[in-house]
Design a protein around this ligand. Sequence first.
Ligand code: PXP
Length: 251
Amino acid sequence: MPEILRLGVNIDHVATIRNARGGHHPDPLRAAHLAAKAGADGITAHLREDRRHMTDTDIESLIAEINLPLNLEMAATDEMLKIALKHRPHAACIVPEKRQERTTEGGLDAIGTQNNLMPIIRSLTERGIRVSLFIEADIEQIDAAKNLGAPVVEIHTGAYCDASGILRRQELSRIKKAASYAADLNIEVHAGHGLGFDTVGEVAEIPQFTELNIGHFLIGEAIFGGLDSSIRRMRSLMDNARATVTGERSA
Ligand code: PXP
């Protein structure tokens, strides 16, 4: 039975635009409220070590003001752990982070960094924060996530979105296998990175996914048609794709 598919709207790049000029506009909190009205099931925000988009104040405002679950993306560092434990978001997605990268390039090495990850996952879990590990569609990484006791993994869809032709088919097949493998281990499976209107459908059809986290494309598309419209269209593409699996196509 396919799971319900939630949409987590990542609002980092509202802050990127705001920070280009300083000041308060556009306000990520306003975007979060709008996303909720447009059909988002959750808000995702990445507090980076260099604070290039979201700031500590943004996270405080989101925690205080939004009614949707907040998924805090964070690097596995002491600083971020402290912040997460203080704010207690609904979920924390642990991501790899390099200062020089433009965006999160590739998944976490849950095998090679397990000694660092273990106490962080334990502390977050003890505070009632649902931990997910952002990993590549790789069976060994999923095994490592299971051994670390992570209840959720988020599969990196960036390589699939960037590829074309036969390579895209191969990436999709890797993602399908990983989603099925993780679900068989009773790990909840999410997906995200790089998804847009033309790529979301095939990913949404994978029945094991329960959540997609999407940001950059939605904020970019909002320039042309507005944020409400870009989120509603994404939501409907996701819902219709999932309905092809359940047989309940929506209007
Ligand atoms: N999921 C995770 C773990 C991410 O790091 C990101 C990017 O911040 C996303 C989803 C959203 O990716 P995009 O902005 O490309 O939609």
